[in-house]
Design a protein around this ligand. Structure first.
Ligand SMILES: *Cc1c(COP(=O)(O)O)cnc(C)c1O
Length: 226
């Protein structure tokens, strides 16, 4: 099942890239494996998946040691400051940096452990009360502050678009974040590379790709309902 689902997602990714005149290699698929057992992650691995998304530190700590060493884990959920110490070094990228205090905590723990940590800033484009993240107008100032932290590199931006019936309803959200991504990239802020734009989930990843996403986070579409 996982194998067939992955094949279908990859086909749809490719089609979206072609529609947008983009190269399929420019979009990374993250298999969001939260709540799913190791056996399913291994099944995805066997079918070529190497990037896995989790939203709980505990699950990363449990699964990561039992996966092949070239499997990469991405932290995509809200991260509490008191869990930072445990998770850095276990993940390739933290997508969900949603406050300056969290960025500061990551930098100081990274310094203690002599690590360098790649992060994305989470942006609440739709200004939903229920969601974490910076508002669009706060991003540049936050990046300027974070750029002074020497153990962090900001690789880009992430958003969780609203839950909608028709993915077209999120096109404008993706367009806005892409525009901000490009604007910030052109400012060449220290320690900020703006090479990753993490947007698109099972319901809307094709639209997200058409609007410039470089990483899509797909759970249900690969592993089934949670
Ligand atoms: C769960 C989750 C996903 C995947 O959601 P699906 O709709 O199952 O594809 C993507 N991003 C984040 C941040 C998540 O928490």
């Amino acid at each position: 099942m996982v194998k067939e689902n992955l094949a279908e997602v990859r086909t749809r990714m490719k089609e979206a890239c072609i529609r947008a005149g983009r190269s399929p290699e420019d979009v990374t698929l993250i298999a969001v494996s939260k709540t799913k057992p190791l056996s399913m992650l291994l099944e995805a691995y066997e079918s070529g998946a190497r990037d896995f998304g989790e939203n709980k530190v505990q699950e990363i700590l449990e699964k990561q040691p039992d996966m092949p060493s070239d499997a990469r884990f991405h932290m995509i959920g809200h991260l509490q400051r008191n869990k930072v110490r445990q998770v850095i070094g276990k993940t390739v990228l933290i997508h969900s940096v949603d406050s300056l205090r969290l960025a500061e905590q990551i930098d100081s723990e990274a310094a203690k452990q002599a690590l360098h940590v790649d992060i994305l800033l989470e942006v609440n484009v739709a200004r939903e009360e229920s969601k974490y993240g910076f508002y669009m107008e706060e991003v540049e100032e936050a990046l300027k502050k974070i750029s002074q932290y020497s153990h962090i590199t900001v690789k880009g931006l992430m958003t969780i678009a609203p839950f909608v019936e028709n993915p077209e309803e999120n096109r404008d959200i993706f367009k806005k974040l892409y525009q901000l991504f490009i604007d910030i990239k052109s400012k060449n802020i220290d320690n900020v590379t703006m090479s990753v734009l993490s947007m698109g989930m099972t319901g809307d990843y094709q639209v997200a790709i058409e609007e410039g996403s470089t990483m899509i986070r797909v759970g249900t579409g690969i592993f089934g309902a949670r």
